[in-house]
Structures are given as C-alpha cells and as structure tokens.
Design a protein around this ligand. Structure first.
Ligand SMILES: NC(=O)c1ccc[n+]([C@@H]2O[C@H](COP(=O)([O-])OP(=O)(O)OC[C@H]3O[C@@H](n4cnc5c(N)ncnc54)[C@H](OP(=O)(O)O)[C@@H]3O)[C@@H](O)[C@H]2O)c1
Length: 242
C-alpha cells in the first residue's frame, strides 16, 4: 500500500537515502530543508513535493503541515548538528542551537503534524534520530550529548502518549558518512582511526541508517514503539581493544 511520508532533512545524507528507498517502494514524499536548490533537486529525483524552511523559524512547522497534506502515514525528522567542543569553549548559544535543531525541532515537527498523522487510515510511524553519544560518554560532546539525550526522552514520552494510534521510535547512529559529518569524514586518517574503534571496522553509510528508517516506517514493524535502536557498528556496546 502506498503511503505518504514527510521527511524533515529530506535533502540530507540520511533523509535523501531514506527517500530513495521509500520512492522505490512506491510511497509519496514531502521533503523539508533549508537549501532550496539542493531540496528541489532531490524532490525532482523522487517525484516529491517540498517546503523550504529552517527549523529555527517557529513558523516553519505550521507551513510544512499545511503543505504536506491532510493525511500522513509517516514522519521522519532527519535534521541535526555536529558541534564538538570542550565544555569551556561551548557558548550558551551553542547549547541552545543544538537543542533547538535536534530535540525541540523534533517535538514541534510531531506536534504540527499530529492532525495529519491522526487522519491516517494506517498506524502511522514517527522516526527520530538520537546518537551513540546519548548513551556513551565522549569528550567534546557535551552539547550534542545533551540534545540527543533529550531526543531519547522525547521518543519514550511520545511513544507512550500517542499509542496505540501512532508509533514512535528513534535510531542512534555512530559516525556516518553524510554531509553533516564532512568535517570529520574528509580526514582519511581520522576515519581510519574512528573506524578501528568499531567492532565492524568501518563508519556508517547513509544507507545503513536509511534501511532501518524505512523498516520502522513499514507495517513489518507494526508492533514496535518506544525503541531507541543503535545502528553503530557495535560502538555503543562492544569494546574491540582491551
Ligand atoms: N552523520 C552522523 O555521523 C550522525 C551521527 C549521529 C546522529 N546523526 C543524526 O542523524 C540525523 C540525520 O543526519 P545526517 O547525517 O543525514 O545530516 P545531513 O546530511 O547534514 O542532513 C541534514 C538535513 O537536514 C537539513 N537541515 C539542517 N539544518 C536544518 C535546519 N536548521 N532547518 C531545516 N533543515 C535543516 C539539511 O538541509 P540543508 O542542508 O538544506 O539545511 C539536510 O537536508 C540527524 O539527526 C543527525 O544528528 C548523524
């Protein structure tokens, strides 16, 4: 059955890879992002409608909800930041921005789309993104760890509140090769070093994350809600060197 899915961050690494899987399965998409040219190109490739907007703008969520249609079978919030600094160098504005983009934006996106999700004849599915840094401590991750920890709490709260009509789950990736991570993944030596810290000896691809996203949006996971699933090459649970 064809579904209608809204993807915030639909032009990004994970968002576009997810869109490609969903498009190949015959689902229709509405995409959101800031860069109009990049968003229009992905939307054209996927036959999607789109809204250009910044999640820092409080008005964007109502605009997206109005343009995405009256009924939604899925919502993906694939927007995030990487802002790695020591606690001494993080400004209040860094914490606020990371919290706003990663956590508050996810909450406001779900809130604005709730009427459309409730209108679905299916059991709609919401997919949010946490991080390995929400469950394992890393230096320089205070701001993103705080924001992604909030995503974990949001996922559990919404899953409880919106059941049984709407399912809510989150995916917690480790380092994944997307535009977001270019500051790290463009350094070959750094990638080799970080890959070696993973039991599966590589960093993630957008498709690693997108395939689980598409699965969580599908009816095959119709009895899953309130889960925060690690897709991280074993980084959160396995120590590879003693
Ligand atoms: N990549 C990783 O290593 C990694 C690790 C852990 C968790 N994650 C999480 O995975 C999710 C997907 O990340 P990704 O790696 O796919 O990121 P990405 O490639 O940078 O894509 C981000 C998407 O969000 C849009 N976006 C960014 N800021 C926005 C804003 N303020 N308002 C509206 N749209 C905005 C971007 O569009 P524009 O460019 O047009 O703004 C783009 O479409 C995020 O929640 C991220 O935190 C990623």
């Amino acid at each position: 059955m064809s579904k209608k899915i809204l993807i915030y961050g639909g032009s990004g690494g994970v968002g576009a890879a997810t869109g490609r899987i969903l498009h190949s399965k015959g689902h229709s998409l509405h995409l959101v992002g800031r860069d109009a040219g990049r968003l229009a190109a992905v939307a054209h490739e996927l036959g999607a409608t789109f809204t250009v907007g910044d999640v820092n703008d409080a008005d964007v969520f109502a605009k997206v909800a109005a343009e995405a249609g009256d009924s939604l079978d899925g919502l993906v919030y694939a927007v995030g930041t990487i802002n790695l600094r020591s606690i001494g160098r993080l400004k209040e504005s860094d914490f606020i921005n990371d919290f706003r983009v990663n956590a508050m934006g996810a909450a406001l996106a779900v809130q604005a789309s709730l009427p459309a999700l409730k209108n679905s004849v299916n059991t709609p599915s919401v997919v949010l993104y946490s991080s390995v840094a929400a469950v394992q401590g890393f230096a320089m991750h205070a701001s993103i760890g705080l924001a992604k920890g909030a995503v974990n709490g949001l996922t559990l709260s919404l899953a409880a509140e919106l059941a049984p009509k709407i399912r809510v789950n989150a995916i917690a990736p480790s380092l994944t090769n997307t535009p977001l991570a270019q500051g790290i993944v463009s350094n070959v030596k750094m990638v080799e070093a970080i890959a070696g810290m993973h039991a599966l000896e590589r960093i993630g691809t957008p498709e690693d994350i997108a395939s689980l996203t598409a699965f969580l949006l599908s009816d095959e996971t119709s009895w899953m809600t309130g889960q925060i699933l690690s897709v991280d090459g074993g980084r959160s649970t396995l120590r590879v060197k003693s």
